[in-house]
Design a protein around this ligand. Sequence first.
Ligand code: ADP
Ligand code: MG
Length: 277
Amino acid sequence: MNATDQTTLLPTVPAEAPAPSLATIEAHEITAWFGDRMVLDRVSLTMKPGAITALIGPSGCGKSTFLRILNRMHELVPSAQLAGEVRLDGEDIYDPSKRLIDARRAIGMVFQKPNPFPAMSIKENVLAGLRLTGTKASRSAKEELVETCLVKGGLWNEVKDRLDAPGGSLSGGQQQRLCIARSLAIKPRVLLMDEPCSALDPTSTRVIEETMVDLAKEVTIVIVTHNMQQAARVSSECAFFLASQGTPGVIVEHGDTAAMFQNPQDPRTSDYVNGRF
Ligand code: ADP
Ligand code: MG
């Protein structure tokens, strides 16, 4: 058989796998309680594919609770209760016939305080999620994954020569980017970030914001932030949460970030985005 014949026998394979389609996550009529205290009251929000959606609002209005409901972390609190639905591309993540691990694998989370495993190497930190979710990969696939995730997390150039150094040896901003890289290793479809920059200096914050904007091309991002400038810089969609005088949190207004900041429809949104409370 000559070379030409062989070529004709090869199946046509695209040069690269097609980019995974971006996910939509929809919360419908979410009501949440801790014990008998209601903290969210019928909150509905669609977080659009490829968008960075910012959740803003004063402390205690239920932003973190809402975020944790989106990846089934709320139910880890024994007193927590929940009504409503969360759909990832139309599929109910609370469907009892579905495995919790599948929801967790699809929806990554980054917290306010960078929390890499401090004694574990940078490389092992990135791979930690694979173990937790029982994902198998060959040694070479792992090496490639470590590099890809650290590149996407905006940390590769700073750590490529010391992948075996402990995660705890990095600066705060680098640790947070390591946590982003770690959450990417399980290839989530949605990335939830709860005030990811509030423990960081302005330079690290800027680096993470740039990383986030790049990541939004491949993963739908939802970020809680207290920083209005950050919401304006990174997000395309915004939701303003409020819990006034002990009432449960609600969304007062949501929509296009620029429109909401420039022309808020509700006077309470206007007060908040203009720093009047
Ligand atoms: P935010 O993130 O907007 O500051 P949270 O979602 O953390 O608000 O909190 C919303 C409300 O729920 C607050 O009143 C808070 O005290 C309460 N809360 C949060 N977590 C718990 C918990 N584990 N147990 C009891 N109450 C909680
Ligand atoms: Mg919070």
